[in-house]
Design a protein around this ligand. Sequence first.
Ligand code: ADP
Length: 314
Amino acid sequence: MSKVLTVGEVLVEIVATTRGDGFREAQPLIGPFPSGAPAIFIDQVGKLGTPCAILSRVGDDDFGRVNLDRLVADGVDVSGIEIAPGESTGSAFVRYREDGSRAFVYNITHAACGRINTTPGGDALIETCDHMHLMGTALSAPGLARRAGEAIERIKARGGTLSFDPNLRPEMLGAPGLREALERVLGQTDLFLPSGEEIFLFTKAQDEAGAVAELLARGIGEIVIKRGSGGASHFSAEGRTDVDSIPVEEIDPTGAGDSFGGAFVSFWLAGAPPATALAYANAAGARAVTRLGPMEGTSNRAELDAMLASHVEG
Ligand code: ADP
């Protein structure tokens, strides 16, 4: 069975439980919850029983252990997570404004995950993996980007595959060299998983159909567009498949795209038809938003089957 690798930030999230225009109003706060987009993605892959691992770095502290314990429990190989004595695991604080939008305070610039190193353990791990999933955030720090680039080169050189989720916050786009790095990765991508408008980051096309056609012509085999509560669509040379979202009560949208991606990649690597992978990914995204905390809504196979069954009956 294919083994999936990802690389990037592992952090904790502290979440406000009431809405408010400042953290003083949005009390009380709860957490720490395990988090980091690549960590949520790989946790979802692990929960579905697909062999998987992550290259990352945490401090020798409680926040690091919160993540390591969860990832191990959910089946993720953590031998590529370096524990850095004297450094801190990253953290993020999130609250909802009165209008429902999210506001974050990040403590990740100087956190351990920003200084991922080439380690013998990490090198050995790359040799055991034959699929790489890259998140755009992993290209935002030079050390991380170098590590991601090495892993991609080696896995692709052995005939492995690459999936890519840009997952970019608008404020990151101006980072020096980021656009070139994103284009390089896109040129090696087999499965592209943008959210909504992200597809226009890589094309001058004016509409979605034009953008999809251009990217498929550039050699990307399959494209999956995530549309939040609007569902998702899959495109390849064989055509287009759409899925409506499963109606749920949205409690916390953080992690929906990562859970969706983890489920899609697991089913895709197992050889499932696009419609099947899309249905399970859609269920994983829907389940993710029903739980408070970014990684709390990742799902095992039985939970996804139950979600799909309740939707059919409902
Ligand atoms: P991202 O977190 O990357 O921006 P999206 O918000 O598009 O990703 O969510 C990913 C997927 O999760 C969607 O394509 C959909 O399948 C599912 N999803 C997201 N939000 C909801 C929701 N409110 N209700 C049901 N499904 C949802």
